[in-house]
Design a protein around this ligand. Structure first.
Ligand SMILES: CC(C)(COP(=O)(O)OP(=O)(O)OC[C@H]1O[C@@H](n2cnc3c(N)ncnc32)[C@H](O)[C@@H]1OP(=O)(O)O)[C@@H](O)C(=O)NCCC(=O)NCCS
Length: 109
């Protein structure tokens, strides 16, 4: 079974009891992004994808879903996890979520 073959059955869910977002591949946890909630912010601590499924984009799906969820909940993001930090750096639409951080100069619009 490859991640690509299961592309129709990939879901990301928040699991607050374990303080992590989980990416489910055909119903099984294939990776997670752990966090702590602190004063209106979500602090991402560590992201891990099962080595069997690395390199298929699951980490990116997980990061995007977790950041979208943070935005919906009006949580600022503290990307202590280097993978989440790198994902935000590569996807500037999430940069405004980062506390105190503006990676782009503000334009006139
Ligand atoms: C890091 C990890 C979660 C990525 O998961 P994945 O499903 O392989 O991610 P994707 O397939 O979506 O790859 C996304 C990109 O992240 C990059 N990447 C891999 N490890 C990275 C890291 N530690 N920091 C930043 N970027 C990383 C990949 O090179 C890839 O870049 P590309 O799209 O330009 O090729 C996974 O490799 C893993 O579990 N690694 C071991 C634990 C770890 O080092 N976690 C990160 C620190 S908390």
């Amino acid at each position: 079974m490859s991640a690509d073959a299961q592309v129709q059955d990939i879901r990301v869910l928040d699991n607050p009891e374990r303080s992590r977002f989980e990416i489910l591949l055909a119903g099984s946890v294939a990776g997670f992004a752990s966090y702590r909630l602190r004063d209106g912010a979500i602090v991402f601590r560590h992201t891990e994808v099962d080595p069997r499924f690395e390199g298929h984009g699951l980490g990116s799906r997980l990061a995007a879903a977790a950041l979208d969820n943070a935005r919906q909940r009006n949580l600022a993001v503290v990307p202590n996890c280097p993978f989440i930090a790198a994902y935000i750096a590569e996807h500037p639409k999430y940069a405004d979520l980062v506390q105190g951080g503006h990676t782009q100069p503000r334009g006139n619009h």
